[in-house]
Write a protein that binds this ligand. Sequence first.
Ligand code: UDX
Length: 480
Amino acid sequence: LEGLHKMAKTQLKPHAIIFPVPYQGHINPCVNLAIKLASKGFTITFVHFEFVHHMLSKSQSTNTHNEINFFSEARKSGLDIRYTTINDGFPLEFNRLNNYDEFWTSLLQDFPARVDEFIGKILQSEQSMVTFLIADTFFSWLPTLAKKYNIVNVSFFTEPALVFSLGYHLDILRENGHYPLKENVVEEIKYIPGVKSISTKELMHYLKEGELETLQHIASTRAFQEVKKADFVLHNTVQELESETLDELNKKQPNYAIGPLSNFLTKINVTKSMWSESDCTKWLESKPLDSVLYVSFGSLVKTNKHLIQEIAYGLLLSQVNFIWVIRENIVKLDGIDILPDGFKDEIGDKGLIIPWCNQISVLSNPAVGGFLTHCGWNSTIESIWCSTPMICYPMEYDQPAVRKLVVDDWKIGINLYDGDLIHRDEVAEKIRILMSGVGSLGLKQEIQKLKNVLHKAIEKDGSSDRNFDKFVMDLKAKIY
Ligand code: UDX
């Protein structure tokens, strides 16, 4: 009977429920992972938060948002991706970005019970058996719920393996007196397995002594603890980029580098953008090759008026063409006028200021020659994919560590400034260095090499392709 049961089981398609963290930088790789798995014959149930569903619908300017299935085109092309939403307990209009602590308190305390009930219902109703759960590593409830329902749990880390390794080895950091991290201590860390050297300046900000009570610290450290119970860990990175780090992690747990899981991966149209995208194509067409600097700080970080103003003056002084994404919530105090008086008149046709865009389409436009970035991991991967060298201005989370990779290790970008307070003259100088052919020649050569690495990784028999197949094989061996 057991044999028959096993045979019946192996004939079922593996079915995963996927839960992305509801931020743009996490949603993009999760959607692309869902498509990749579905194209290997998996059944996927993809779960967005209701508020995300609402934002995606709004970004498409549709009113009938309740009926929209963002995966309908994927389904039409034969992929078995089912789509559903989950309620987080807050009203739609609640500003989750501005109320980070309240939101994450609830995500840690009340949300797991909602997910539990949600999974229970799906399991009762599903014809095809749900065989595994995939959740973003920052959803630390994953192993407990997977255990309760006796299904395989797969943790998906959307940031670089370097950052995973730092979080994973908190105990070693603690033993060496670097966690909690004392303010103003600048030391080189050389004892993390697979990480040759990293400065304390590059550790995630939430590991600092003063951050211990914050939700970011609590949520992240809990996640790095719980991920040790994952059956498999998937990484949105590429083996060749972070091989030593990944090799060491692999000694502890099955880790698979299957990236880049970015928006350029598939031609299937799935709405992912949480804000409406301004179309920059026409404007870009009027600009010469490599002449435009693209400026964006991603979807999450908040900055201040001083920074915005110095960048604005720096752009003017540099005299380069630019596209600058200024999100409506880019500074802590929404609604204040953050650009210098008369700035928009002064830039004329040299600059385009927009609230949001299709970043891949901008970066891949031949007119774009540089990227002033906050070093979000997705932005970094996208920049490499399009071989666009970077000026780095990291702020929080994984960004200081990503800056180290980009500037110190890979030599595909430069730092924006070295001092305490950013100044327009330095901004202008760095922009000129990056955008002048001579200054960026070395960077361009190096980024071209990395671009080839990324492109090769996802081709047949490339490292990510092989890792993905290995993951599927190991997963099936565990399930059946
Ligand atoms: C967050 C963290 O800040 C980042 O450090 C972490 O690696 C992932 O989660 P975010 O700050 O939004 O992400 O940065 P990033 O990782 O670069 O992701 C932003 C995504 O939004 C990119 O995929 C980018 O293509 C997209 N984007 C950005 C747009 O589509 N349009 C824009 O105008 C700006």
